[in-house]
Design a protein. Structure first.
Ligand code: C2E
Ligand code: CA
Ligand code: CA
Ligand code: CA
Length: 274
């Protein structure tokens, strides 16, 4: 309404309204896309830090929105999380990725899990069903989770982790170094792997302080017996520093972008050359 007739709108902000509208439309389209099976999955190579051999792939969701084109996961994943669509979306991605993995007996797989997925009390049972259907040994799969959930509700997080680990799955702490990550979480929650965030890897180009910090972090993780993957590796120089620091797996554009299953299959036949 107008503020005392002075011509200033106090309660109505057309710009905010527009943003909300855009978001609602995105949510509607996302819901439809999930129902129609239009969420695709691409796979990014993860290589052994010593040999650069392909050892694993990370499954990443892709949405090509009808009539609009690709929408970034940084946009649609938060919408899925806020609207409760993440349960369905997460299971769709897992189902596709596991069926894909059954074609690749020599590889392991990582999938991302959002904290919201644990709100469904049947989540772990659903996950177990998908593994049964696909005939995949859970030990071949790592679920990647960020620290937010562990900070927000540590007790529930610990329980959820224990149930997933009970199925035989491995759990990785994703995006380490991007937030307030402390190595304490690694031990406290029994993670099986740590993934160093791209921002930390890219800071290596800025000199030895960053290199020393990274070395200390990796050394600490390894002293706890937790192997470390570095992500966002774009240059050979970064790869060398990370390998020497003790990372056992590397992931990044240097080794391959997220790509179609066909391209991953081609990589297995014709190993990458650097
Ligand atoms: P993430 O789990 O940290 O995934 C790594 C992101 O870094 C991916 O972005 C990948 O394409 C990008 N990346 C990999 N290597 C490089 C590099 O060398 N340089 C640069 N600049 N970027 C690199 P993407 O695919 O856009 O995904 C963004 C985020 O969306 C993911 O971050 C993850 O948090 C979320 N996400 C994607 N798929 C899923 C999913 O199926 N479920 C859930 N819950 N989250 C997902
Ligand atoms: Ca991830
Ligand atoms: Ca990450
Ligand atoms: Ca991330």
């Amino acid at each position: 309404s107008k503020d005392g007739g002075r011509g200033r709108w106090t309660f109505y902000d057309p710009q905010m309204d527009e943003a909300r509208e855009t978001r609602n439309l995105l949510e509607l389209d996302l819901r439809a896309a999930i129902a129609r099976g239009e969420i695709e999955v691409v796979y990014q190579p993860v290589v052994d830090a010593k040999t650069f051999a392909l050892v694993s792939v990370e499954a990443l969701a892709r949405w090509n929105r009808r009539g609009h084109g690709p929408v970034s996961p940084d946009v649609f994943i938060p919408i899925a999380e806020a609207s409760g669509l993440i349960d369905q979306l997460g299971l769709c991605v897992l189902r596709r990725a596991l069926f894909q993995l059954s074609q690749w007996p020599e590889l392991k797989l990582s999938v991302n899990v959002s904290p919201g997925q644990f709100r469904d009390p049947a989540f772990v049972d659903r996950v177990a069903e998908v593994f049964d259907e696909a005939g995949i040994e859970p030990g071949r799969v790592v679920m990647e989770m960020t620290e937010t959930y562990f900070i927000q509700s540590p007790d529930r997080a610990r329980q959820a982790l224990e149930r997933l680990k009970g199925l035989g799955l491995r759990i990785a702490l994703d995006d380490f170094g991007a937030g307030f990550s402390s190595v304490g979480y690694l031990r406290q929650f029994g993670f099986d792997r740590m993934k160093i965030d791209r921002s930390l890897v890219q800071s290596l180009d800025r000199g030895h302080r960053a290199v020393e910090m990274l070395q200390a972090t990796v050394a600490l993780a390894r002293s706890l017996g937790i192997p470390v993957t570095a992500e966002g590796v774009e240059t050979e120089q970064q790869a060398v520093i990370l390998r020497i620091a003790g990372c056992d797996q590397l992931q990044g554009y240097l080794f391959g972008r997220p790509q179609s299953p066909e391209d991953i299959a081609a990589l297995m036949v014709r190993p990458m050359e650097l």
